[in-house]
Design a protein around this ligand. Structure first.
Ligand SMILES: Nc1ncnc2c1ncn2[C@@H]1O[C@H](COP(=O)(O)OP(=O)(O)OP(=O)(O)O)[C@@H](O)[C@H]1O
Ligand SMILES: [Mg+2]
Length: 259
């Protein structure tokens, strides 16, 4: 019974870049419906782990189970098709396209008609297209960004671009959403709004694994947190527990002295 509650199971994930062990035997699970935080100092291996889950980077060893199925060696498009969506540490929007066009492209990773045919608007796709536009509007409304629908993505403020990236990932209707430092570049009130939005997404039934440096956001949204340092899990627990863990405090202070 307990096994059925696990949406993502990472077992002994290891990644070597030449002589550098970016990840060493990283194992943890993400339960269905949970918001799990992934924190750690710069270079700890957080993004590498997200890249491995989403099929962009090949692990040296270890296994990734999603909804009980082994997805370890699947390419990124197959992983996306199974219901894992993500955002990137560096924004990857189509800058010359409007917000709505970006969302429609995000959506088409999960629909039958391809991206090209949808842009050509072949007659039999029109009905689907209208439904998708409605979905995109609803998502924008939920993020309180409907007024940005026709804006050119690259002309939006940085914080707005980050939020649009999350909306685009959600447009693919994922079961698991991977966020890589979503609050980067946002001010305090934008970050708080982002936190409320993330909790709203969770309430809609989406499981979330979030990399974040902002501990207020982590405390606001995460049930459990995993702490990486030099590619190893050094602590796990509630946001409060890990923040009080001497190993975690030392990891952050130690890195600062190195700088
Ligand atoms: N393609 C690559 N080739 C070689 N080394 C890499 C590569 N990608 C990452 N690394 C190294 O792996 C380690 C982990 O990097 P990663 O980007 O996963 O860290 P991070 O925890 O996401 O850091 P940050 O908080 O700065 O984003 C770093 O030492 C990094 O330099
Ligand atoms: Mg990173």
């Amino acid at each position: 019974m307990i096994e059925e509650q696990l949406l993502l199971e990472l077992t002994n994930i290891t990644k070597h870049y030449g002589g550098l062990a970016a990840l060493s035997n990283v194992s943890f699970n993400v339960a269905r419906g949970e918001v799990k935080g992934l924190i750690g100092p710069n270079g700890a291996g957080k993004t590498t782990l997200l890249n491995i889950i989403s099929g962009l980077t090949e692990e040296t060893s270890g296994t990734v189970l999603f909804d009980g199925a082994d997805i370890t060696s699947l390419p990124a498009h197959r992983v996306a098709g199974l219901g894992i969506a993500r955002t990137y540490q560096n924004i990857r929007l189509f800058e010359e396209m409007t917000v709505e066009q970006n969302l429609l492209l995000g959506r088409h990773t999960r629909t039958r008609s391809g991206m090209v045919s949808s842009l050509l608007l072949l007659p039999r796709q029109r009905r689907e297209e209208r439904a998708l536009r409605g979905d995109a509007d609803a998502l924008l409304q939920r993020m309180d960004m409907l007024d940005r629908r026709d804006a050119v993505a690259g002309e939006l403020a940085y914080g707005d671009q980050r939020r649009i990236e999350i909306v685009r990932a959600l447009a693919a209707d994922p079961a698991l959403l991977l966020l890589d430092e979503p609050s980067a570049g946002m001010n305090e009130s934008e970050t708080e709004q982002l936190g409320r939005f993330i909790l709203g997404v969770r309430d809609q039934g989406v499981t979330i694994l979030i990399i974040e440096h902002d501990m207020n956001l982590i405390s606001q949204v995460c049930d459990q947190v995993v702490v990486l340092n030099f590619g190893e899990v050094i602590s796990q627990g509630t946001p409060q527990q890990v923040q009080g863990d001497p190993l975690v405090i030392e990891a952050y202070l130690g890195r600062e002295e190195d700088r």
